[in-house]
Design a protein around this ligand. Sequence first.
Ligand code: NAP
Length: 280
Amino acid sequence: MRREPFGPTGVAVPVVGQGTWNMERDGRAAAVAALRAGLDLGMTHIDTAEMYGSGRVEELVGEAIAGRREQVFLVSKVLPQNASRAGVLRACEASLRRLRTDRLDCYLLHWPGRHPLADTIAAFEQLRREGKVRAWGVSNFGVEEMERAAAIAGAERIACDQVLYHLEERTIEHAVIPWCVARGIAVVGYSPFGSGRFPGPRSRGGRVLAEIAAAHGATARQVALAFLVRAPGLFTIPKAGRAAHVAENAGAGDLALSAEDVRRIDAAFPRGRWRGLPML
Ligand code: NAP
């Protein structure tokens, strides 16, 4: 599993991690087993949020990482409505309790909201000083919002921007990726399989993925994940509640595409025009 420095934290984080949205629906035992299998395969970046299952997903992540916290790069998110200065501190304590840990590796604002960003960042910095979070970042921030955050805190304080990124949604390539990469901020792409809408094998793009996959002894989904992490600074966090899916996704962590592969995928799934920052 290839690892890359996670933005200014410098921590070597696997380029393919594990998402957890809707995991409460998989059943507790299956979800915990899937996450542990992922850890065994090197997918030690686990992405969760207080929002997911209204806290139930953090609880099952806590169960999955019990006894192996040191291995994990643990990320959670505060909801925008809780992102006042006092609200962030309260939300973080609650997340830590559910996750059964004393620290997060990275704490994110889930999306921009009505509380002043300066207050949210002041709380993040307080948590960092107290050792409750090692780093903090944002999610669903476009370049203007990133500029605002950088003006408040300094770009070197922002560990990552977690944004929607899959083959049929490449909008972040226009501005968010270049802005972040230029400043050494990690870009974490979410919903890499389109949140369940992966191109079918008979579609034009699906056929291109299948051909490239066959040449590498890989699968179409592995090729897609490898494309999404094709440059330094890019990370992806597929969600898989089934062991077979977990194993397949982990297999993408060492798949290197050729320049010709990348060119063909680029042509089959065009980037399209800038249409504003998309989010789920
Ligand atoms: P996704 O990862 O694009 O797709 C998940 C779906 O793909 C699940 O139905 C899963 O099935 C299936 N799947 C996974 N691996 C597979 C494989 N190898 N073969 C076939 N099917 C496979 O969707 P997502 O959950 O929306 O996004 C991933 C993560 O990003 C989330 O879980 C969350 O952590 C994060 N996220 C963040 C935001 C944000 O606003 N920051 C928004 C959305 C998502 P099974 O579960 O049955 O295996």
